[in-house]
Ligand binder design. Structure first.
Ligand code: ADP
Ligand code: MG
Length: 441
């Protein structure tokens, strides 16, 4: 059974039966046009194609990632004729066909040009660029770490794409694939081939190395792979969700090797970087959005940039299906569920925690009687957010925040609402705080 068929079967258990029978059943996986980073499905008509894409492409991509370690781009369309597809291919697509097979796992859009630099990722970006230009010569290994969706895989593959285009032999692998490959070669008695593959490349890129935790046999093998590559001045680049020292279940001798070169962390992007990333994704995916809509999306998503493509897909699919332009109103409407899901279970404490952290004051100061300007400001913002994001009544808020009575709360609400209308920057700040609170970061 094809991997695509398996994924559709898995989807059956995750979605409601009516949806599955009405739509998913009519969709088939197209092995011929799929690659490791692209899963292509055919649908009988565009309506079904758009519907499945909008509603389930994220889920489908996720299931692929669970099964294969790679999150592919999901394409759903009408069945294509072979010749037609070939004719529409861009020259560079054809050119890559003649290259060695090892490249197949790199996503060609993960390049340095497509990566948006900001203060949150600048250090890792520069380190990756330096390593890409002089592999094996400066920092070895390069170890990139940070939270989910912050661009680690993108940077790792950008190094890979850059060097592959120069004709270097690049291996990109997730830990899961590395382990699978290892056990398969052991089973078949072909460890020579395994060693040849991993020890003779110019660059070895391993994604999410934290998953090596507890895999003692693979660690042993990887230890020798690492030493050989390092001795031969071949570049090793690793990513993880945390620093080497914080990864449990990996031998000390490996952890210390991970620290031999350069450790580069990626932080959550600030608002401007998020806006720039959305603009970049729009450009790459040929989606036209006005600035108002882009800023809105930036405040709705949390730091995880993975959400962006899903949201763009969703917006695009809906606007085509409904034949409507992507106005701010329409965007808000489409993303309503997305936001609503996040808004359940918000407490006053969550709000105070985020507001005090973002505005640099102590949580206790918000509820104090202090008249210091920035504390009063933070308190008013917190009151406004509590009123809009929770079910608390004005008298309850008055009591909680130590105001005289509900009329003081009402004054605060009016003043903030006025400011929101007049001051676009203030509005952006409030939207960002709202998002931070609703995303439980
Ligand atoms: P990670 O591996 O850290 O979980 P990814 O590299 O998979 O994150 O990034 C998730 C998505 O966000 C990808 O589509 C990636 O292209 C995009 N992305 C993240 N950071 C940036 C950035 N700074 N510039 C452009 N795209 C980004
Ligand atoms: Mg990743």
């Amino acid at each position: 059974m094809s991997i695509g068929r398996k994924v559709l079967d898995l989807l059956k258990d995750e979605i409601n039966e009516a949806d599955y029978n009405r739509y998913i059943k009519q969709v088939s996986y197209c092995t011929e046009h799929s690659k490791s980073d692209l899963a292509r499905f055919n649908a009988p008509n565009l309506l079904i194609a758009n519907w499945v894409k909008t509603k389930y492409s994220n889920k489908i991509a996720h299931l692929f990632e669970l099964k294969t370690g790679v999150r592919p781009q999901i394409e759903i369309g009408l069945p294509q004729k072979r010749n037609k597809l070939k004719a529409s291919k861009k020259p560079e697509d054809i050119a890559t066909h003649n290259k060695p097979v090892t490249h197949s796992l790199l996503n060609p859009s993960y390049t340095f040009e497509n990566f948006v630099e900001g203060s949150s990722n600048n250090f890792a970006y520069v380190a990756a660029e330096n390593v890409a230009k002089a592999p094996g010569a400066i920092y070895n290994p390069l170890f990139i770490y940070g939270g989910v969706g912050l661009g680690k895989t993108h940077l790792l593959q950008a190094i890979g794409n850059y060097n592959q285009n120069l004709g270097k032999s690049v291996i990109y692998t997730t830990v899961e694939q590395f382990i699978n490959d290892f056990t398969r070669h052991i089973r078949n008695g072909t460890m020579d081939r395994f060693r040849e593959k991993y020890r003779l490349c110019d660059l070895l890129l391993i994604d999410d190395i934290q998953f090596l935790s507890g895999k003692t046999q693979t660690q042993e093998e990887f230890f020798h792979t690492f030493n050989e590559l390092k001795d031969a001045n071949k570049q090793i680049i690793l990513t993880a969700d945390r620093k080497p020292k914080e990864i449990a279940g990996i031998e000390d001798r490996l952890i210390s090797r991970f620290e031999w070169g350069l450790l580069a962390d990626i932080q959550a992007p600030e608002l401007e970087t998020k806006i720039a990333i959305i603009k970049k994704k729009c450009e790459i995916n040929h989606v036209l959005l006005n600035n108002e809509v882009i800023e809105y999306i930036a405040t709705v998503i949390d730091s995880n940039a993975r959400e962006i493509e899903g949201i763009l897909n969703k917006l695009h699919g809906f606007s085509r299906m409904m034949n409507k332009d992507l106005t701010l109103e329409f965007t808000k409407d489409v993303l309503k569920d997305h936001i609503k899901e996040k808004r359940d279970n918000i407490t006053v404490e969550d709000i105070i925690k985020v507001v005090s952290k973002e505005l640099n004051i102590k949580p206790s100061e918000i509820r104090s009687k202090s008249r210091t300007k920035n504390i009063v400001y933070a308190r008013r913002v917190a009151i406004f957010l509590t009123r809009t994001l929770t079910q608390n009544t004005m008298p309850e808020l008055a009591k909680y925040y130590g105001m005289k009575d509900h009329t003081s709360v009402s004054h605060t609400m009016k003043a903030i609402e006025k400011l929101l209308k007049e001051d676009a920057n203030f509005k952006l700040k409030i939207d960002e705080l709202t998002n931070k609170i609703t995303s439980n970061e």
